[in-house]
Every structure is written in C-alpha cells, then in structure tokens.
Design a protein around this ligand. Structure first.
Ligand code: S6P
Ligand code: ZN
Length: 188
C-alpha cells in the first residue's frame, strides 16, 4: 500500500495536499517590529515567507490533520521571517512538530503572556502543549521545513494574535537568536 503522502526531498512539501496556503510579506507586514522595513520588502518584490500544504480529514473527534510548512530564510530588520502564529480554537488541542530540514525556533505563549522559546534544529520533535499559542521563525540560512500533526477539530485562531500580538519576538544577536519584548503587545 502506498503511503498517503510523501515529503519530497527537494523542498519538503507534501505530495497530495488538500489545501495550499502561501503567505507573503504583504499578508503580515504590520505584524513585524519594523513595519517600515516590511513595507519596503513588500514594495520591492513582496517575497513569499512561507507555504503551508495541509492534508485535512473531516473535522471529527479522533481524526488527525497534518501540514508541512516551508519557510524561506530572510529578515525584516533584525527579526527573522516568521509565521503568523495562532491559538487553536479548541484550546484543549495539542500538536507535534517534526523539523525535517533547516533550523527554526518555536515561540510558545499562554493567554497570560508566559513565554517559551524552543530550539528546532533538523530532526527536533516539539510538543506544543494545549492552550499555548505558537509561532515559528526560520533562524537559518536554508529553507526550514517542518511537519505538524494536530487534531482535525483544532481550528486556527489568528485574530487574537493580530489583535494582541505575542509578548516577545525573536531577533538576531551576536549570540544567535534571542527573545526581545514586543512593544506593541496588548495583554489579553
Ligand atoms: C497548524 C500548525 C502549522 C501552522 C503553520 C503556519 O496547527 O501549527 O502547520 O499552521 O506552520 O503557521 P500559521 O500560524 O500561519 O498557521
Ligand atoms: Zn497549530
């Protein structure tokens, strides 16, 4: 029996997605610390930041969905290219990430603003606990590809991140990627 889908080696994308979503700088320019730098990138060539390929069975209890994310390397000012980040609509839903190639970090945060940074080098398996919002940064020079597996009933709540932000974000430093406070964070 053939596998349901394959991660192709060149770019790590699933071979048979139900849904493909591409996010460019213009989809989230105002989410970066340096909005002017993001707008300049948008005006230049509006680069693709990441692509998501999802296999989504019906949203019924017990079912699992999975998704590969391919994040391109890049910076907006000193901040690494990042995903939008989300809470699951059903806060009881956890998630597992597997880092297939490249080097990322995962920023996870609770509703009360407790914040954790998890290293995601190639081969890492990361458990996103129920109730934690999560966002990924590509902190390497190559594309970052990771697989996410989550209950198909989880749902994705981007609105709360758009309105409140994360309390911290991840920027380049001489010591490597570090957390810095988000001055626009609005506690929930
Ligand atoms: C889904 C999982 C990932 C993200 C993807 C893009 O629960 O966390 O597949 O969807 O990495 O991030 P975002 O925040 O734009 O959905
Ligand atoms: Zn998720």
């Amino acid at each position: 029996m053939e596998p349901y889908a394959r991660l192709t080696n060149a770019n790590g994308m699933l071979t048979k997605p139900d849904q493909v979503i591409m996010r460019r700088i213009s989809d989230m320019a105002s989410w970066y610390l340096d909005v002017d730098a993001a707008r300049r990138l948008e005006a230049a060539d509006d680069p693709v930041v990441y692509e998501m390929l999802e296999v989504a069975p019906p949203a019924v209890a017990g079912e699992l969905a999975f998704c590969t994310t391919t994040m391109h390397p890049g910076m907006v000012g000193d901040e690494y290219f990042m995903t939008k980040g989300h809470f699951h609509v059903d806060l009881s839903c956890a998630e597992i990430y597997y880092a297939y190639s490249g080097h990322g970090v995962l920023l996870a945060e609770t509703e009360s603003g407790e914040c954790r940074l998890v290293d995601m080098p190639q081969g890492a398996v990361v458990h996103v606990e129920p109730g934690w919002a999560h966002r990924t940064y590509n902190v390497g020079r190559e594309p970052l590809v990771f697989l996410a597996v989550y209950p198909s009933v989880a749902g994705h709540d981007y609105g709360r991140i758009e309105t409140h932000g994360f309390s911290h974000t991840v920027v380049r430093s001489e010591q490597g990627p570090v957390l810095t406070k988000n001055p626009r964070y609005a506690p929930q």
